[in-house]
Design a protein around this ligand. Structure first.
Ligand SMILES: C[S@@+](CC[C@H](N)C(=O)[O-])C[C@H]1O[C@@H](n2cnc3c(N)ncnc32)[C@H](O)[C@@H]1O
Length: 377
């Protein structure tokens, strides 16, 4: 493969590098097939202790992405499968084209235990969780995950998986607040995991302004005997927490409801905030940056940049409020394009610098994001 192909591939490898750095615990391995003529030459990246090693042509060396790019020069094409729990990323490279796509690891992953048809190693696992999964409508009476609920099941289980290590570290009773809980799939999944899997004392509050979903959630909690769950019909705009939460979660809380969720965490001193934002509307009509005008003349770029600015300014505001933040892809974009998970932990490390950075950028872009108005900066 030529230099141009190597350079295009290198760009995709930087995406995978980011993924690896933010989600080492979900990494399984990288399988590579190099091809030259009709012959195939396998290579692999795997974890050995704390290190990653690259095995290729009977050599084993300390892994660097550059080793893959260098090896490409000796072959006609490459298929690289980056495997982690839940999702695989696949790079196909040849001098004709270089592509990156994501696929559910389900059908291809052998390392995980088979639980439902797509072989993911679920935390909210049938048959143990059957009663819960049936109660919240994810599983049918026949004991199978309903076809139209597989995505929701993947989303909530993966959300719980991505935050499970942090939940384990919280001592004593865990107070959880789920903002814009909707039908409370995530509240129930998290409650089940904390209480029935980790055997932790916990209390979960779900808040939503839809009467219908709150009524249904209350009924399900009652049917399950979950007296440690409270559901409140309220608009997050004026919702006041009764017990300060340790953990605030929100999954696809519409537009600025995500800001309200984050603010509820910051203002009540939550130890951790986990938010998967939904649609973004508020900055699109606000921001402008003359230098970028030629780049942003296409509406779709302007909208995507607004999404990016909204979420990255949220992260800066979290840092300015005393949280350490990571942002990662939460689930395959095939499941949902709203697949960014913001994870924030209170430790106050970058507060001052982040505040300065935020104020400078806000001035430059001419914006006042909703979150800023909800917290004390
Ligand atoms: C897309 S649903 C997500 C529900 C749930 N978190 C899930 O992932 O299944 C968004 C929810 O946000 C709720 N919501 C939006 N704005 C809200 C607000 N200001 N206060 C309370 N709930 C709100 C809606 O009623 C809806 O149930």
């Amino acid at each position: 493969m030529n230099k141009n192909t190597q350079s295009k591939t290198n760009f995709f490898l930087t995406v995978l590098d980011e993924r690896l750095r933010n989600g080492k615990e979900y990494f399984l391995n990288i399988d590579i097939s190099f091809k030259s003529g009709t012959k195939t030459f396998p290579a692999k990246v795997k974890k050995e202790g704390e290190d990653f090693v690259f095995i290729h042509n009977a050599n084993k060396e300390k892994f660097e992405w550059k080793l893959i790019v260098d090896a490409m020069a000796n072959y006609d094409s490459m298929v690289l499968v980056y495997k982690e729990r839940g999702t695989n990323a696949v790079i196909e490279a040849s001098d004709r084209n270089v592509t990156l796509k994501y696929e559910d690891s389900a059908e291809t992953e052998e390392e995980t235990t088979s639980t439902v048809k797509n072989n993911r190693n679920y935390l909210i696992k049938p048959p143990k969780a059957n009663t819960l999964l049936k109660e919240i409508g994810i599983m049918g009476e026949n004991g199978k995950i309903k076809n139209d609920m597989v995505r929701k099941y993947n989303q909530i289980d993966h959300f719980v998986e991505l935050i499970s290590d942090h939940l384990k570290r919280i001592d004593g009773k865990v107070e959880v607040l789920d903002c814009a809980c909707g039908k409370s799939y995530l509240s129930f999944a998290l409650n089940y995991y904390l209480r029935d899997v980790l055997k932790k004392d916990c209390h979960v509050t779900g808040v939503d302004y839809s009467e219908v979903v709150i009524k249904a959630s209350k009924k399900s909690a009652e049917n399950m005997g979950y007296s440690n769950m409270t559901f409140v019909k309220a608009d997050l705009t004026d919702y006041k927490v009764t017990t300060p939460p340790d953990v605030v979660i929100s999954l696809h809380a519409c537009d600025i409801a995500t800001d309200m969720a984050i603010a509820a965490g910051i203002n009540n001193g939550a130890k951790a905030i986990f938010a998967v934002p939904c649609c973004h509307k508020e900055l699109l009509g606000q921001y402008s940056y003359d230098e970028f005008a030629p780049l942003l003349k296409h509406g779709i770029f302007k909208a995507r940049m607004a999404d990016l600015l909204t979420d990255s300014l949220r992260c800066l505001l979290l840092e300015a409020s005393g949280y350490t933040v990571t942002a990662q892809e939460y689930i395959s974009p095939v499941e949902t394009p709203k697949n960014l998970l913001i994870k924030a932990f209170k430790d106050g490390k970058r507060q001052k610098e982040a505040k300065e950075e935020y104020l400078r950028l806000k001035e430059l872009l001419g914006v006042t994001p909703k979150l800023e108005t909800l917290i004390k900066l």
